[in-house]
Design a protein around this ligand. Structure first.
Ligand code: PMP
Length: 426
């Protein structure tokens, strides 16, 4: 199948006017015009099963969110410098989903801004500048955050105050080693910062290690690392942009699976099911000094429409039982993929939590040799079979499966059957 003339023309216009920084997914880019639930529809009316997009976590164009946004847009949309119930109601509902202590919220429009604010606060509170992140982490696009987002590659230079540690790779390390090693690596990074006269400000981790290749377990592996940063006077920031809002199934927030207490938690992507909203939940004592001096104002962050969207998302997650669905369907999906691994030697590992699943594609199981070329063929082959996923990891060989939380068992079976078909056809 080739691209039709209209799509070729659109690509040319796009390149001309948007310039070279933009990328399209797929060898044969997808031209989407509509979404509903777990499905996306292209310009020709073809339907695709979405097993990738975590923003529309309740499903595309969820009617409850559409209704909430539409209604509030028609009534009032201002900012946080006037009194309004919406933001207060939402902040109360949001903080109520967190362990006691994480009791205050601040709102931004993107996850990048939330992490940017977290850095400012951490530096103010600790008096330090040092930051520890994982080797292939992505935390956002602002100048300050790009400096600790090594997944941006050569496009950015990591800050001199930044140290990276390997993600806790449960596949390639010795069994059970990941937990201990991660804590040791963080302690070594702290020691190195100190040796260079840099006081540590924070450790930041996305507890599902999405761009690092998806490492969900063993549960608890964050604990020694968090203890180390606290002992060094730094803060722990849990970046929940990817694992948050029920996706990991076992808990509303990914860090809860590890039994750790963050000082700040950053949120984004699914928070408004597509309405751009993000934020920070933190301990009051962390913001007590910074807050009064911060003059914090975010023109669009936490506006009444955002608050309405956020509230609809939280209510829907609870009322539709989406965290439980992520757990049950996630298990079913992982079982299906493990079963497939029994028939296809290219599947080296199936891992994840809830509806965040990684599948390691290898050319040699015993050697665990990554097969990035086959991974690309699988992602494109699935696209041809109208199932959407992506790939991640340092070797670009981990299938990244991260569907809306309304994914059903039947949807999971469709995905597994399509993957089986691609692997048979190669
Ligand atoms: N943190 C993580 C873990 C992310 O995956 C992302 C986005 N991919 C961000 C932060 C940044 O969020 P945003 O794109 O909304 O700025």
């Amino acid at each position: 199948e080739r691209l039709d003339a209209a799509d070729r023309a659109l690509i040319a216009r796009r390149e001309k006017v948007l310039g070279p920084a933009y990328r399209l997914f797929y060898e044969r880019p997808l031209h989407l015009v509509r979404g509903e639930g777990v499905f996306l529809y292209d310009a020709a009316g073809e339907r695709y099963l979405d097993a990738y997009n975590n923003v529309a976590s309740l499903g595309h164009c969820h009617p409850r969110v559409v209704e909430a946004i539409t209604r509030q847009t028609a009534i009032l949309n201002t900012h946080t410098r006037y009194l309004h119930e919406g933001i207060v109601d939402y902040a109360e509902a949001l903080t109520a989903t967190f362990p006691a202590g994480l009791a205050q919220a601040m709102f931004t429009c993107t996850g990048s801004e939330a992490n940017d604010l977290a850095v400012r606060i951490a530096r103010y509170v600790t008096g330090g500048t040092g930051i520890i992140a994982t080797e292939l982490a992505y935390h956002g696009l602002t100048g300050a955050v790009a400096e600790f987002s090594p997944s941006l590659g050569d496009a950015v230079t990591l800050g001199p105050h930044v140290r990276t540690v390997p993600a806790p790779d449960s596949y390639r390390g010795a069994p059970g080693e990941a937990m201990e090693r991660f804590g040791r690596d963080v302690a070594a990074a702290i020691a190195d910062l100190k040796r260079h006269g840099i006081r540590p400000a924070m450790l930041i981790a996305d507890s599902i290690f999405s761009s690092d290749g998806i490492f969900a377990g063993p549960e608890g592996f964050l604990k020694p690392a968090v203890e180390a940063i606290h002992a060094a006077g730094g803060l722990f920031v849990a970046d929940e942009v990817q694992p948050g809002f029920g996706r990991t199934g076992e808990a509303m927030w990914g860090f809860e699976r590890h039994g750790v207490s963050p000082d700040m938690v950053t949120l984004g992507k699914p928070m408004g099911n597509g309405y751009p909203m993000a934020g920070l939940v933190l301990r009051p004592e962390v913001i007590a000094g910074f807050g009064p001096n911060a003059r914090y104002f975010n023109t669009f962050g936490g506006n009444p429409v955002a608050a309405a969207a956020g509230r609809a998302v939280l209510d829907t997650i609870r009322e539709e039982g989406l965290q439980e669905n992520a757990l049950q369907v996630g298990r079913h999906l992982a079982d299906g993929l493990k079963d497939l691994a029994g028939r296809h030697a290219a599947i080296g590992d199936v891992r994840g939590a809830g509806l965040f699943v990684g599948v390691e594609i290898v050319s040699d199981r015993a050697e665990k040799r990554a097969d990035a070329a086959l991974t690309t063929r699988i992602v494109n082959g699935l696209r041809d079979r109208r199932v959407l996923i992506s790939a991640a990891g340092p070797r670009a060989n981990v299938l990244k499966i991260r569907p809306p939380l309304v994914f059903s068992r039947e949807n999971a079976d469709t995905l597994v059957a399509a993957l089986d078909d691609v692997l048979r056809a190669r």
